[in-house]
Design a protein around this ligand. Structure first.
Ligand code: ATP
Length: 357
């Protein structure tokens, strides 16, 4: 069983801290995404798991066996892991079939077994028709599938993916996300997937670890990360949220933007400064004040953009704070008009203390 455990993992380069106190339990067969902006330590964490670099602190345990610690590191070839890089790293002088079968050949498996495994993986990755082509004769998405097939055919316990889709165009990227998830569901390898793209993480992961400055800032299911960001950093990084700051008037109300909002998420201390996150599409925009004025803020429309399936509004609250609102496409309100915004109490999340925007 390839349960992967990172325990207090750290990596320093001289004074620079790349990864700090990262602890993560990845159950057998789970797909975990390390998600975060450039420089947050994702690739370093993945390279530590692969064994390309040694930790400065902590340890990595796979299936109960310590494979990395500051005193002892099992080399990459002793780990039964496959890694897929951004650049695919296919051998240009080998055909698709030869590239995919390479890992089986160096393991000196019998020819019949190699042929059988090759046939099966080419079929799963929909590459049979391309088996005799060379990498130079393939599209980016096809090359990506070859690198997936090559990684999977050796039946690794753990699959490591480093921004595997970043070289593909937007349409193909979307298609390949589902492909990776489909293959994962079929083979159920323990998978660690590094990406800076939140929608890629949302589509593929069982669990997302959002990283910031070398640490895991929040760990949760895609739904938890999306619906209940614990910090302003996570809310901003996942996107589509407004972050408003005000003062707590009691345990669950915050004065901000010229009004008062009931909030959810944590108990507030009267008088503390609180950041509240609310998603753009959860705000209702109205042209008249509603009868029930709770959690309603008054604003003026600054700008609106028609996006086909929605309208994107920028509105200004009475205290001049700007807010983004995603409204249905038929809600057409001209710039300059007065509006009332309903921010549902259950959607106004008070973020962690000390994390004010
Ligand atoms: P990206 O998405 O840009 O690849 P990342 O989240 O994968 O970013 P890492 O590559 O893990 O980030 O880097 C984390 C930090 O460690 C960065 O500040 C980086 O500059 C630093 N770092 C990484 N490798 C080294 C190295 N060999 N020597 C010194 N600093 C390094």
């Amino acid at each position: 069983m390839a349960t992967v455990e990172l325990k207090g993992l750290g990596k320093r380069y001289g004074e620079a801290v790349a990864v700090q106190d990262v602890s993560l339990h990845i159950a057998h067969g789970q797909l975990v995404c390390l998600l975060g902006p450039s420089g947050c330590g994702k690739t370093t964490t993945l390279r530590l798991i692969a064994g390309f670099i040694e930790p400065s602190a902590g340890e990595i345990v796979v299936g109960g066996r310590v494979i990395s610690s500051p005193s002892r590191t099992v080399p990459p070839e002793g780990r039964n892991m496959s890694m897929i890089f951004q650049s695919y790293a296919l051998w240009p002088h080998m055909t698709v079939a030869e590239n995919v079968a390479y890992g089986l050949r160096i393991r000196k498996l019998p020819a019949a077994t190699i042929a059988e495994k090759l046939k099966a993986i080419l079929s799963t990755t929909r590459l049979e028709a391309l088996a005799e082509r060379y990498p130079g004769e393939l599209s980016g998405g096809q090359q990506q599938r070859v690198s997936l097939a090559r990684a999977l055919v050796v039946e690794p316990e753990t699959l490591l993916l480093d921004e595997p889709l970043s070289n593909l165009d937007a349409n193909l990227r979307e298609e390949m996300r589902f492909e990776i998830r489909r293959l994962h569901d079929r083979y159920r390898y323990t998978t660690v997937y590094v990406t800076h793209d939140q929608s890629e993480a949302m589509t593929t992961a069982d669990l997302i670890a959002v990283m910031n400055l070398g640490r895991i800032e929040q760990l949760g299911s895609p739904e938890e990360i999306y619906d209940a960001p614990r910090s302003a950093f996570v809310a901003r990084f996942i996107g589509g949220s407004n972050i408003l700051t005000g003062a707590a008037v009691d345990a669950s109300h915050v004065a901000l933007g010229g009004g008062t909002l009931a909030t959810t998420g944590r108990v507030l201390a009267k008088g503390e400064r609180v950041s509240v996150s609310v998603r753009q599409h959860e705000i209702e925009i109205m042209t008249a004040p509603p009868a029930d004025a709770s959690n309603v803020l008054h604003a003026l429309v600054g700008r609106q953009v028609f996006l086909g399936s929605a309208r994107d509004y920028t509105v200004m609250l009475d205290d001049k704070t700007e807010l983004r609102v995603t409204a249905p496409p038929d809600r057409n309100i001209a710039p300059g008009r007065e509006v009332w915004l309903h921010l549902p109490a259950g959607r106004c999340r008070a973020l962690a203390q000390g994390d004010n925007a």
